[in-house]
Design a protein around this ligand. Structure first.
Ligand code: AMP
Length: 296
């Protein structure tokens, strides 16, 4: 153990399925003041996930990743059933980048019947109402529930989450404030394919023509970034939606919001942190993306 405490093994990745075993393994690291970076995921890993792991590896003594397809954040059962699962490949990818510890619990491990986790309810002060919150009822309570359970277990120094899920980052920031957990939340940039499509586990399910079409999300966001200083938020939003609908893309929303409150902005000049967020369907695959339009 002494060896491990001084330097987590570069060659070997520790895999835990049991929460107590993970807790016991991490305890000596904590006691010795080692920093722990944590990257929660739902698997089907791609370069976006691995960028979070790499950042954690660079900034912490030990990096813990988790893979758990969390049922409580899916508001549609068939979305949960069809969620891509590639555990064997994921383990190899994580080991290859040098991830130290992987937690891969079963559903029973995270939600044992005797504990009533559904009783957990957080007040996000409206952050959970617009956009994803409006289209996926209960989604963010489910996200908060699993992130809270994982944070209590891992007790990381830093938590790494992607800007790709911008609203989720806001929710988790609020969760950390509400629960007074001592963890630094690090938001990592969106990793994109060469044509601009944000990497997502769901992309593998796109038909070839939809995959080509999906770049329109990035194009609409880029167009908005270019237009908003001249046209203002309302016209920019209208243009972005028209751009997508002209390609027969079914748009759930294209919102231009204050990055802190997630409320629709009405004055671009007077708002310090402006983010455009979009959700749209390609066949029956729902994709989300966003872009920071202004940050002072
Ligand atoms: P998921 O497995 O979809 O729950 O994602 C796990 C983490 O990876 C979340 O914090 C996501 O925001 C992040 N993530 C997903 N896609 C990307 C991407 N393209 N670039 C950066 N981070 C991402």
């Amino acid at each position: 153990m002494r060896n491990l405490l001084s330097q987590p093994s570069k060659k070997r990745m520790y895999l835990f399925k049991n929460a107590d075993h993970l807790h016991n393994f991490l305890q000596p690291f904590r006691k010795n003041g080692r920093s722990i970076g944590f990257v929660p995921t739902m698997g089907a890993l791609h370069q976006g996930h691995l960028s979070l792991v790499n950042q954690s590896l660079a900034e912490n003594d030990i990096t813990v990743s988790s893979i758990f397809v969390n049922p409580t954040q899916f508001n549609k059962k068939n979305d949960l059933d069809r969620y891509p699962r590639t555990p064997t490949i994921d383990v190899k990818k994580l080991a290859k980048v040098g991830n130290h510890v992987l937690f891969m619990p079963s559903q029973a491990e995270m939600y044992p019947q005797e504990s009533d986790n559904t009783a957990l309810a957080f007040d996000f002060k409206g952050l959970d109402q617009p956009m994803e919150g409006a289209y996926r009822p209960g989604h963010f309570q489910g996200v908060a529930q699993i992130v809270y359970l994982l944070l209590q277990l891992v007790r990381p120094t830093r938590l790494y989450m992607g800007q790709k899920d911008f609203q989720q980052v806001a929710i988790v920031r609020s969760l950390i404030e509400q629960t007074k957990l001592e963890v630094n939340l690090v938001m990592c940039p969106i990793i994109r394919a060469e044509d601009g499509l944000a990497l997502s586990s769901r992309n593998v399910r796109l038909q070839p023509n939809s995959r080509l079409k999906a770049v329109a999300l990035y194009q609409a966001l880029s167009l908005a970034k270019k237009q908003i200083p001249q046209l203002g938020s309302l016209q920019t939003q209208k243009n972005a939606i028209a751009f997508l609908e002209a390609q027969a893309i079914q748009v759930d929303y294209f919102e231009i919001v204050d990055g802190y409150t997630l409320q629709t902005i009405d004055d671009f000049e007077k708002t310090d942190f402006v983010v455009a967020c979009v959700a749209a369907y390609f066949d029956d695959i729902r994709l989300i993306d966003n872009m920071i339009l202004k940050e002072i």
